[in-house]
Design a protein around this ligand. Structure first.
Ligand code: FES
Ligand SMILES: [Fe+2]
Length: 401
């Protein structure tokens, strides 16, 4: 695509993207192929399918994946496409099955994806070659990651480096207490850009800014002094300090990108709650509430935010070139009981109110970007991760030319 090459070359470094990147359908289609169909995406948590035959669907644009627990306890992913004439096999978003039977002509697959029944099919046809197509899958400390590519980029380094901090938060032993899906009237990149900068946190998120030090620049006195207090308290909370940066521009060659970092909460706040008080029982190896929030990056569009008593997961996916969705999951210790150990409304308050505000500001961003008068603008110093995301994106797209 010659005009795309020109667009990429005309892009001024550290300035926002040209309008065409947010409006052009052809560029959008290319992004889906090159980014979404080739990146690891957070699909869910193993606790969603505890028993043999439990499954849920992960749907993205034209693709649908069945994530299912087999007889051997293993978790597998199959494309939701019948090998007869292509119908979706599973229609319900989640459930429990003994076998997977296609609703059209009743071809039946076992939990390992093999075709076990197909009435009136000639004996000459080899059923062994007609199992459900598998989808690449990996489970990291209970988190289910999938990749639509048959030859996916390696996730080994992410697994190796993030498993310790994930164990600290007991990721394997969490359960999903709540899941919300937010529709955002904007191109997917505006949603990821917004997640990757906290320049907007002070003006747009008064609830978040009250408790989270990231509203300040990392070089500021306010940030640094809160950070020191939080880090000094880590050991007595049974926690360790990690700094892991292998995302966007720091991505390791032929490895999926990932990162980990922790920043402080202010004063009386021991978790991301409205009143500063605990929201749920401590998770993982944590022995005392630590006033901080840990950011995990899992590939380009999936993120975790981990407090001492709960973890919030974020996944951004496109719907059309100008609409997206954001799935947010709130996870707590698997043994915590709703109503006794945690109150659902209190638990989800901060990130529900914050995501609803994001939904508005990102949609307003897209509205202005669509104007004939929009031109790209300079990033501030407080938008360094967003800057890195944009550079990564442009380089990634360039490689596909
Ligand atoms: S399309 Fe599935 S059985 Fe015919
Ligand atoms: Fe935000």
């Amino acid at each position: 695509m010659e005009k795309l090459e020109q667009l990429i070359n005309n892009q001024v470094k550290d300035w926002s993207l040209d309008q065409k990147f947010y409006k052009d359908k052809e560029i959008f289609d290319l992004e889906i192929e090159k980014i979404y169909m080739n990146s690891w995406l957070l699909a869910g948590h193993q606790s969603q399918i505890p028993n043999t035959g439990d499954y849920f669907l992960f749907n993205l644009l034209s693709e649908s994946v069945i994530i299912i627990r087999g007889k051997d306890g293993g978790i597998r992913a199959f494309m939701n496409v019948c090998r007869h004439r292509g119908s979706h096999v599973c229609l319900e978003i989640k459930g429990n099955v003994k076998r997977l039977t296609c609703p059209y002509h009743a071809w039946t697959y076992n939990l390992e994806g093999a075709l076990v029944a197909a009435k009136y099919l000639s004996n000459n046809i080899d059923k062994d070659n007609l199992g459900l197509h598998s989808c690449s899958i990996d489970v990291i400390e209970g988190l289910i990651m999938i990749n639509f590519s048959d030859n996916p980029i390696s996730i080994a380094m992410m697994k190796q480096e993030l498993s310790e901090p994930m164990q600290m938060f007991g990721m394997k032993d969490l359960k999903i207490a709540a899941h919300r899906n937010y529709s955002i009237e904007a191109n997917w990149k505006l949603t990821v850009e917004n997640y990757n900068e906290c320049y907007h946190c002070a003006p747009a998120h008064p609830e978040y800014a009250k408790s989270h030090s990231l509203k300040y620049d990392e070089s500021s006195k306010e940030y640094q002094s809160a950070q020191k207090l939080m880090i000094d308290a880590l050991a007595k909370c049974g926690m360790k300090n990690y700094e892991i940066s292998a995302d966007y521009e720091d991505q390791i060659e032929s490895q999926e990108q990932y990162a980990y970092g922790r920043y402080a909460l202010f004063g009386k706040y021991i978790t991301g709650s409205e009143d500063g008080k605990a929201l749920a029982p401590l998770i993982g190896e944590i022995t005392e509430y630590n006033p901080g929030a840990s950011d995990f990056t899992l590939g380009p569009v999936s993120f975790l935010l981990a407090y001492s008593d709960h973890v919030v997961a974020y996944v951004f996916t496109p719907v059309t070139h100008q609409t997206s969705q954001c799935d947010v999951y709130w996870m707590v210790d698997k043994d915590a009981k709703e109503g006794k150990d945690y109150d659902l409304e209190r638990l989800i308050w901060l990130w529900d109110v914050t995501t609803k505000a994001d939904e508005r500001i990102i949609a307003n961003n897209q509205k202005g970007v669509n104007s004939r008068k929009y031109t790209s603008g300079p990033f501030s110093e407080k938008e360094s991760t967003e800057k890195n995301f944009i550079s990564w994106y442009l380089n990634h797209l360039r490689e596909t030319l």
